[in-house]
Design a binder for this molecule. Structure first.
Ligand SMILES: [Zn+2]
Length: 408
């Protein structure tokens, strides 16, 4: 077929679709593999050099790429090494956890320009939550030496699902006073930006897929252990949301028939035994039972609810009950992980969230018990690892949610 015939065979919209498809292909190559020359881009993408040159020219015109370095080859024109231009788009990601608000600013390359976090209580009202969020945003802009005009969009990680019909969040029982509609409206009005939202565990998974331990894996699960317990799944390279976007409720799978009451109204869920709120609840009973014990001393006041930090400290100082509490929580979480491995046969399991931060007793119990509870034939296929993105993972995922449209 002559080139002329081929051109007439495709309509203008087909050609612009192809151009868009190839642009995203090149952007993803630069994002995933880092800086490279036009010739290398052509090799990796399997596109001809002329197509790559034309697309790269457009990318320059759009400010999406820049010349990182010029390499002299001794012959002919020096070779330009291209990289993504971070300044093309900068996004804010906010993670509204039940015990903290964490924010980051990331640029088009995925670099973190600033991060800031504050501790909060999960029963604060929405108007206070909005004020605290404003505080985080102003601190982030100050740290990154940017103004709000430099920001393209704001992403928010909520504890809960996004209703596929209304686009609003259905929040988890762990944050009873929050109203996502009010929150989104206030943020949108104040900053005049598009506000994108999703579930915090799924956004943690997106962060792992793009920037973390999941980068080179097509099938993996991320366990988000915090005030609540959730998970995110990547199946065949794509985040799995479920038929109505409600997947990942591993915390509400039952591991103890007739166990303690859960926030979902049932009994014996993993969350009712091993989440941040369940550990605090069980520890409070321990502190009241032993008012002169180590836990009560660490908590300072026997009638105050101990935090996970208090429980870990008491366990490390030798409090047997607190130690057992953490080991048993690890066993329950491990059952959830083992069951998930049996269901989807992942190549990797990534354990993240604030509950494992400086909490080796819990983490070791989880890792030991996953091995004991998983069918050996399936266990050998999965690498069990911890998140290296730390407590900013969901915020990074929220900012990545904003950048995604340029790449997908
Ligand atoms: Zn439950």
């Amino acid at each position: 077929m002559h080139i002329k015939d081929a051109k007439s065979k495709y309509s203008k919209s087909d050609q612009s679709f192809l151009r868009d498809f190839n642009t995203k292909k090149l952007l993803n190559i630069l994002r995933e593999r880092g800086p490279m020359s036009r010739v290398e881009l052509a090799e990796v993408s399997n596109l001809d050099k002329k197509t790559v040159t034309n697309i790269v020219n457009d990318m320059f015109a759009n400010n999406q790429v820049r010349v990182l370095a010029t390499e002299s080859t001794g012959l002919g024109r020096p070779k330009e090494i291209l990289s993504l231009n971070g300044e093309f788009s900068r996004c804010i990601g906010i993670d509204l956890g039940g015990t903290h608000i964490t924010g980051v600013i990331i640029d088009f390359t995925g670099n973190i320009l600033a991060s800031h976090s504050i501790d909060i209580h999960n029963n604060v009202e929405t108007d206070i939550l909005i004020q605290l969020c404003d505080l985080i945003i102003s601190q982030l802009l100050k740290k990154a030496e940017l103004s709000i005009d430099d920001i393209s969009e704001i992403g928010v990680a909520f504890q809960g699902h996004i209703d596929v019909e209304t686009g609003e969040a259905i929040l988890s029982e762990n944050v009873p006073n929050w109203n996502s509609v009010m929150f989104r409206t206030a943020l949108k009005e104040k900053y005049k930006k598009e506000i994108l939202m999703d579930d915090c565990s799924r956004l943690m998974t997106l962060a792992e897929l793009w920037h973390g331990e999941g980068r080179y894996s097509d099938n993996f699960i991320v366990f988000d252990l915090g005030l609540g317990i959730g998970c995110g799944m990547v199946i065949n390279g794509q985040i799995y949301a479920g038929s109505k976007g409600k997947s990942g409720e591993v915390g509400h799978t039952i591991v103890k028939v007739d166990g303690p009451e859960c926030t979902c109204g049932r009994r014996g869920c993993i969350e009712s035994l091993a989440s941040g709120w369940a550990l605090s609840k069980q520890a409070k009973m321990l502190a009241e039972k032993y008012p002169n014990g180590l836990l009560a001393e660490v908590t300072k006041n026997a009638y105050e609810t101990p935090s996970t930090k208090d429980i870990v400290l008491a366990a490390e100082l030798g409090d047997k009950e607190c130690y057992d509490l953490l080991v048993n929580a690890g066993k329950c979480i491990a059952i959830g992980i083992a069951n998930s491995i049996s269901l989807i046969n992942p190549s990797k399991v990534i354990i993240g969230g604030r509950l494992i931060k400086d909490n080796n007793i819990l983490l070791e119990s989880i890792i030991e018990n996953v091995k004991l509870q998983t069918i050996p034939e399936l266990y050998k296929d999965s690498i069990i690892t911890t998140s290296k993105l730390g407590s900013t993972a969901s915020a990074i995922g929220a900012a990545t949610l904003c950048l995604k449209k340029h790449y997908e």
